[in-house]
Each structure stands twice: as C-alpha cells, then as structure tokens.
Design a protein around this ligand. Sequence first.
Ligand SMILES: NC(=O)c1ccc[n+]([C@@H]2O[C@H](COP(=O)([O-])OP(=O)(O)OC[C@H]3O[C@@H](n4cnc5c(N)ncnc54)[C@H](O)[C@@H]3O)[C@@H](O)[C@H]2O)c1
Length: 265
Amino acid sequence: MTFKLPGVCLITGAASGIGRGAAITLAQEGCSRLFLVDIDLEGLQESKNQLQHVSSTARVEVLKVDIASESSVKRMIDECVSKFGRLDYALNIAGVVPQRTPIADVKIETYDKVIAINQYGTWLCHQAEIKQMMKQEPLEGYGDTRGSIVTVSSLSGINASSGMSTYCASKHSIVGFAKTDAQDYGPHGIRVNVICPGMIDTDLFRATSPPDAPAALAAITPVRRLGKPSDVAWLAAFLCSAESSFIHGAVIPCDGGLSLRRGVI
Ligand SMILES: NC(=O)c1ccc[n+]([C@@H]2O[C@H](COP(=O)([O-])OP(=O)(O)OC[C@H]3O[C@@H](n4cnc5c(N)ncnc54)[C@H](O)[C@@H]3O)[C@@H](O)[C@H]2O)c1
C-alpha cells in the first residue's frame, strides 16, 4: 500500500526504535522530504543511512535537538522551514522511560527529567509545530489540511501502569493537551492524533524491562507477540496521509489488544 505523502515530515526521537522505524516507513511510503531530529546525533546518522537504503532519492536532513529546551525546539522548526520551506507532518516520538519504581521511592530528579522531556518537551513541540502550520496554506492534493501532528503517548497515557506513576503522569498529560489542540486547531486545518503503543520491542523497552518480561508480556497480549517499531510506523504514516483526513483528535492504541486487559501492565 502506498499512502499519499507529498509533504515535509519532521520526526523527533528519530535516532532509534519507533522513531527510526517511522522514518524508514514514511520514506518507503513515498515521503521524499524528511527532517530527522534527536538528542543523539550518531543515531540520527545511522537512521539516515538505513533510510537511504530503502529510498535513495529521499532528501533527508538531520539535526541534534533537545526537545526539553525551548530554544532548541525553536531552532528545530526554523531549520526545517529553512531547508524544506514548510512542515506538513510532525511525528512527536522522542521520550524517555524510567525504571519501574513505586511513587514512594521515586527520586525528584527522576520525576523532573521525565516530565521535562515527555510532557514539557512534547508540549513545546506541539506549540512550535502548530505556530508553523498556522502560517502555511494547505499543500496541493492534501485537501484542507495545513498539517498533521501525530504524537506518541503510551498505554500508560490511558491506563494505570504499575510502578510507572511518573511516566503515567507525563503520558496522560500528552493525551490531554493533544486532544485540546485538536479541538482548538481542527477548524484551522491542523489535524492532531495520538498513538498509544503497547509493548514495542525496542532497545528502550528491553533496557527498562526485567529479562523475563518480553516473553511474559507477549503471552498476555491477545495477538501473542510484542509489537515492532514498524507496527507503530504504519499507523503514523496513515495518520499523516490524506487518506486519514477525517481522523482527528483520536487516541489510538497500537498494542495487539493488550489494553483490553485494563490495569494489568
Ligand atoms: N517501546 C515501547 O514499548 C513503548 C511503548 C509505549 C510508548 N513508547 C514511547 O515511544 C517513544 C519511543 O520509544 P522507543 O521505544 O522507540 O525508545 P527509544 O529510546 O529507542 O527512542 C526514544 C528516542 O528519543 C530520544 N530522546 C530522548 N530524550 C530526548 C530529548 N530530550 N530530545 C530529543 N530526543 C530525545 C532518544 O535519544 C531516542 O532516540 C517514547 O516516547 C516512548 O515513551 C514506547
């Protein structure tokens, strides 16, 4: 399947895992202008290399960005517009996951870091992306849409997640402001949707899970497997595309049915 993706795509967290998968999938689906950002420049270069293997003609620019810094996020948008002239699809994927710790034992520094990146950083990205999209006219062939924002929360953004109070606080917040932005900016032609991944088999997932967790979680997932970055990437590509023009303000699990088991992750 090929979606219609004629515009410019910005992806945060593109140096690894789901963000890298999204960059490769968007390119495979015909997006030919990609702006990849992350705090990890080396990882970004590797993502760019892998992407150019599947699409040698795509134009790919990378930039080191800390989404928790207002000036860095401003530079991200300025550079994207200076290099590509506009911003059509913004995939907000950058984030951190702390080790599972019950709230009584959480260090305040850990809380501050998770909130600074996942909540404040993602909020800063939304604000900067919307400001840019409001300045531009819809792309030809892209209906009335000035831009599409797809933001990654988590099942921990809609359900309880044991020992993940801090992470849940940050990811629930994303759902709240994304829905509000969808309500405020839908009339202006900016679509906003949220993806809530379940257990996606990335380095981050392995690093923050006990050794027996992947097999145990696959066993309680209705489709009996963990997710792959490409599972989330396909949904993100669809939500960017003109084909999803009536999907707006949605909060969509991508989890093999794991969220059917409320409260157990
Ligand atoms: N893997 C899962 O099971 C899972 C499940 C639900 C939600 N998520 C969410 O998906 C997103 C991606 O997770 P992943 O598993 O691919 O992890 P990952 O660690 O592979 O990717 C996260 C990326 O974000 C980048 N990043 C971290 N802090 C940053 C900052 N301040 N500025 C810019 N970039 C920064 C990292 O360098 C990394 O490349 C995260 O938001 C995570 O919370 C993951």
